[in-house]
Ligand binder design. Structure first.
Ligand code: HEM
Length: 397
């Protein structure tokens, strides 16, 4: 059977997902690790505390023998109660209400990027717009100088590639990941010292204040949270925007519907997340011996949840391989997609990602609805865990 991780199927993985779904609920991938392609199964596992990460219990099969403190991810890698403690320190900053306050600034950033790109006539939608909007936004929120992106951009790429299971990585890629984690640590240690001396209204200063209060966060813990938010907060949204721009360019009728009714953009963003899921393969680990899909799975068994396949499951979504920007119209009662997972690790930044994408598509479709792709078959990034095109040259008419 074709692997959904095969570079050959990267451009159009729908047939590989279909074949896996039709062949069964649980597929052996490598010893101790299985693939789960159906919506119903991914949905159950995301919400079940018997499935966790197991890094700090020493049972994670995706990175065997690695000290989890040397990995990127902060609380993304943890299980309760540590996960709950650290996540709760930043949840307030990411509630839909807190995030709604950023709309004006995000609109300014989006318009500024579009002004330049439209003025040039041609641009790379990935590097000139889709990368910059979420990067600038998360840097401002955190209190990280956006100008430093030249420094940390490379570490962030090494880390996003390093999020793939170790079995998919070369030794050089694993070393690059460890070097990037160390580099981020050094970077944040300096920044945290500066915020302790001169606090600002930013999230990092807020965490430094918490560290000095009763919660006793260490500098390493703050730095790890900062790096997690910085990385999770830009590459993912960049891919959502790029995947949406590509999908709309391939479906001119759907693009027209949106250009005529920009109020529908928030609904369309949900469809972009479903149709071309930016984080296609989250993982989980059995925290105890479990029965699943008719198999006995010992504690420490890993599963790769094929969220991208679950989001194309015909049991849940009618005509799933078709882009339908009105699919998530509340009147149609479509079930939610799994692009942000759910349960304890539900994407903390979902309200921010939704707002950034909504603002960007709203401004794009009002200002330059007939943008044209100059490369209709773009190359994809090598990371399996984060899906999106490397570049997307476009012409604005
Ligand atoms: C977790 C997707 C944007 C911060 C997750 C998870 C997914 C995801 C699937 C859960 C992984 C799992 O269950 O194992 C996405 C997508 C995004 C996006 C598709 C954009 C389109 C953001 C943004 C932030 C963010 C803008 C902002 C800071 C986080 C954090 C976690 C997370 C901190 C860890 C949550 C936890 O473990 O408790 N994201 N994300 N994400 N996301 Fe996002």
């Amino acid at each position: 059977m074709v692997s959904p991780f095969d570079p050959e199927v990267r451009a159009d993985p729908a047939a590989a997902y279909r074949a896996l779904r039709e062949a069964g609920r649980l597929h052996d991938y490598v010893p101790g690790i299985h693939l789960v392609p159906h919506y119903a199964d991914c949905d159950v596992i995301f919400g079940d505390p018997d499935w966790g990460h197991g890094y700090f219990s020493g049972i994670n099969p995706f990175r065997p023998g690695i000290d989890p403190k040397t990995l990127p991810g902060s609380f993304l890698l943890m299980d309760p109660p540590d996960h709950t403690r650290l996540r709760s320190l930043v949840t307030k900053a990411f509630t839909p209400r807190a995030i709604a306050g950023l709309r004006t600034r995000i609109t300014e950033i989006a318009d500024d990027l579009l002004d330049h790109a439209i003025g040039w006539g041609e641009a790379d939608f990935v590097t000139d717009i889709a990368y910059r909007l979420p990067l600038t936004t998360i840097c401002e929120l955190l209190g990280v100088p956006a100008a430093d992106h030249a420094v940390f951009g490379q570490w962030a790429s090494a880390i996003s590639r390093g999020l793939d299971p170790d079995a998919m990585l070369t030794d050089e890629e694993k070393s690059a990941r460890a070097a990037a984690v160390a580099a981020f640590h050094g970077y944040f240690t300096e920044l945290i010292a500066e915020r302790a001396r001169t606090p600002g209204p930013d999230l990092l200063s807020g965490l430094v204040a918490v560290a000095e209060g009763e919660d006793r966060l260490s500098t390493k813990e703050i730095g790890d949270i900062g790096a997690l938010l910085l990385i999770a907060g830009h590459e993912t949204t960049m891919n959502l925007i790029a995947n949406g721009v590509l999908a709309l360019a391939r479906e001119p009728r759907q693009r027209e519907v949106l250009a005529d009714n920009p109020d529908l953009v928030p609904i369309a963003v949900e469809e972009f997340l479903r149709f071309d899921t930016p984080v296609p393969f989250p993982t989980r680990v059995a925290m105890r011996d479990l029965e699943f899909a008719g198999r006995s799975l010992p504690r420490g068994t890993g599963v790769i949840l094929l969220a991208a396949s679950a989001n194309r499951d015909p049991e849940v979504f009618t005509d799933p391989d078709r882009l339908d920007v009105l699919r998530f119209d509340p009147a149609r009662g479509t079930r939610k997609h799994l692009a942000f997972s759910h349960g304890p690790h539900f994407c903390l930044g979902a309200p921010l990602a939704r707002l950034e994408a909504t603002v960007l598509f709203d401004r794009l479709l009002r200002r330059a609805p007939d943008y044209e792709l100059l490369d209709t078959a773009p190359r994809y990034r090598s990371s399996v865990s984060m899906r999106g095109p490397e570049s997307l040259p476009v012409r604005f008419r």
